[in-house]
Design a protein around this ligand. Sequence first.
Ligand code: CAP
Ligand code: MG
Length: 438
Amino acid sequence: MQKEYINLKLNPLKGGKYMLAVFHLVPKPGEDFLSCASEVASESSTGSNLRVGTATKFSDNLNAIVYKIDKKKNLVWIAFPWKIFDRGGNVQNILTYVVGNVFGMGDLSALKALDCWFPKEMLEHYDGPATTIHDLKKYLGVKGRPVLGTIVKPKIGLKPKQFADVCYKFWKGGGDFVKFDEPQADQEFCPFKEAIDEIVKAMAKVEKETGKKKVMSINISAADFMTMQKRAEYVIKKMKKGSYAFLVDGLTAGWTAVQTARRMWPGVFLHFHRAGHGAMTRPENPIGYTVPFMTKMGRLAGASGMHTGTAGIGKMEGSAKEDVMAAHHALFAKSEGDFFDQDWYGMKPMCPIASGGLNPILLKPFADVVGTTDFITTMGGGVHSHPGGTEKGAMALVQACDAWKKGISIKEYAKNHKELAQAIGFYKEKVGYSKKYL
Ligand code: CAP
Ligand code: MG
């Protein structure tokens, strides 16, 4: 038991000194709950497994403190003096402490960060989003509905012209937003610059034909920041401001890549793809963190939009409740959590991105459950597998959105919208979980 990391009488809100976090903690058999909690607080702040003779009164004052426990529910609340975090708004450093070494501790069989809370005094030091969904919608001329997007599929393997042609067809069918799939980067068979050059042509053609602006979310994740910068600068040189977003694979490229993009190109919509998050967030994982916890960090880091899941409606495993809560933590000025309500004190909103096994049948169910139209949805398989192809798939998505806006059921609306009718017929057979929403 490291008593210097426990104070069950602490006022955690005292003077805005602490970032708070709550964990689900299960000690290994034979280990004491409070003792394990104190070890977590120690390891995630100033300590180690032993009291060191080099500690000072000043360093002790930076200890993370266990301030509340609920042994029955295996919950522990820890207050982190946020001055221990790297100055200059570094989110990567917070995670290194709070969800770093502690996941490896031998006396635990479960440790999951469920939620966190930031005092105003701390929030002021973090970037938060610069460009937002409101800027994106203004550019696209989208009002009162979500941004309708797709992902180029197959996930990888198209040549530049083929790649751009998929974009063209989706945009021609009425879609707003196309994203690179998360691993699409600069592959030998689809060189980044050639892909951009073809996208520029496709976008110009479809904007001329439709009179509508379109956006491309371009993956700039790379092996190093110099290459990330080169890719970003090529896009900036070749494409109209507003017509592109930068996608960063926030977990595999890393939080520093996210914040580098946020700080180098604040005027560009920053798309945080969270590939790999399942290792931490799946509800059945005993060790990791939740989607709401991760999403709050994404807003702190300044992403404009972040994948927050499909609230149990799509293909990915996840807690519907967590996904909706995460979407609200991303968007709202004040958001309610299971353990903490967060006032964001004016930090700009980050928009939820709903993706993963969605198709036009599922747009309304998701929109209804998330309770806002300020989100982007990206449907890959659910558009490009449409019997009529990509353009008809886009039309079906647009028609499903029109139906939702008009308050008409998609089955009713499909009676005089054949692309939607085809989509319903196809996806209710091919995507079993869609059926229950018809
Ligand atoms: C979706 C997707 C997205 C995942 C990300 C994919 O494609 O492009 O990367 O949705 O998951 O590669 O699976 P489909 P999440 O529309 O074809 O499913 O949003 O949960 O992070
Ligand atoms: Mg993908």
